[in-house]
Design a protein around this ligand. Structure first.
Ligand code: ADP
Length: 274
């Protein structure tokens, strides 16, 4: 299911004193089955863009196409339902949206709301809790009795329970420690490979883009400024520098290594900030 945005513009609070232009003439294509990283600095429009992918926001101008569904400013709520089901978004700090009495009820909430029979929703929820590495017995606990990392996993299970074709991840590892971070990123990689799910990772980490994505979109000032496979994007250091972005250290390291320069004195370490 390809996703395309054509000449998309978006203005928050249009016609009020708080009016704010967030997207301007965005033209992008997210290929079906890809692992696409959307990168850019804070304020470049990434979050606004991703809310267009499941029609939480409708474009002020232009067209968003998600598979066969066309979304414009005029598209009505009922027509958006299939998109909301097919595109799952894991927002930043998704654990803040947990609300049910038990973990199981929370994970089942979405499917029940979309008419999945109760037994099927329960089986799917339990399977996902296992897949996400939550200990047995978690299902009957209150989500608020879990650790932060476990709450995050429950929230992710809730999105996966809808069996989305497209999974959108907005800085999904923010605030996690390095081992929790790697586990979650590896899980998304596995889901992408095994379930053939289009994965869209919104991140400010060039390292994560280099490590996981096969397609990249660079946002700057509310518009798309580069897109293509990582080799191509990282190959154009001059343009990247124009957007105050650099080649990730792991890529630079590998290039040096391939040029036969030998190992640098200390291999670079990955940090949250890159
Ligand atoms: P990013 O996710 O890359 O940090 P955002 O999409 O959040 O970028 O923001 C793009 C621009 O839109 C910023 O200038 C931001 O201040 C503005 N913006 C974001 N959300 C709102 C909102 N709810 N109301 C008004 N302006 C907003």
């Amino acid at each position: 299911m390809d996703i395309t945005l054509e000449r998309v513009g978006y203005t928050y609070a249009a016609g009020t004193p708080f009016q704010k232009r967030a997207l301007e003439d965005v033209n992008i294509r997210i290929p079906s089955g890809s692992y696409t990283a959307i990168i850019g600095h804070t304020g470049s429009g990434k979050s606004t863009l991703l809310q267009h992918l499941n029609a939480l926001l409708k474009p002020t101008e232009g067209v968003v196409r998600v598979g066969d569904t066309e979304i414009t400013r005029q598209t009505k709520g009922k027509q958006l339902r299939p998109v909301r089901r097919k595109v799952g978004i894991v927002f930043q700090f998704p654990e803040h949206q947990l609300f049910e009495e038990t973990v199981l009820k929370d994970v089942m909430f979405g499917p029940l709301n979309f008419g999945v029979p109760e037994e099927q929703a329960r089986a799917r929820a339990l399977e996902l809790l296992g897949l996400l590495g939550l200990p047995e017995g978690t299902a009957e606990k209150s989500p608020f009795d879990l650790s932060g990392g476990q709450m995050r996993r429950v929230a992710i299970a809730g999105v996966l329970a809808m069996d989305p074709d497209v999974l959108v991840l907005d800085e999904p590892t923010a605030g996690l420690d390095p081992s929790g971070r790697n586990e979650i990123m590896d899980l998304f990689r596995r889901l992408h490979d095994e379930r053939d799910m289009t994965t869209i990772l919104v991140t400010h980490s060039m390292e994560d883009a280099a490590r996981y994505a096969d397609h990249m979109i660079v946002m700057h000032g509310g518009t798309d400024v580069m897109q293509g496979p990582p080799e191509e994007v990282f190959g154009d250091e001059e343009r990247l520098a124009r957007w105050r972005l650099g080649v990730p250290r792991t890529v630079a390291f590998q290039r040096e290594f391939e040029r036969g320069a030998g190992l640098p004195p200390s291999p670079p370490r990955l940090t949250e900030e890159q």
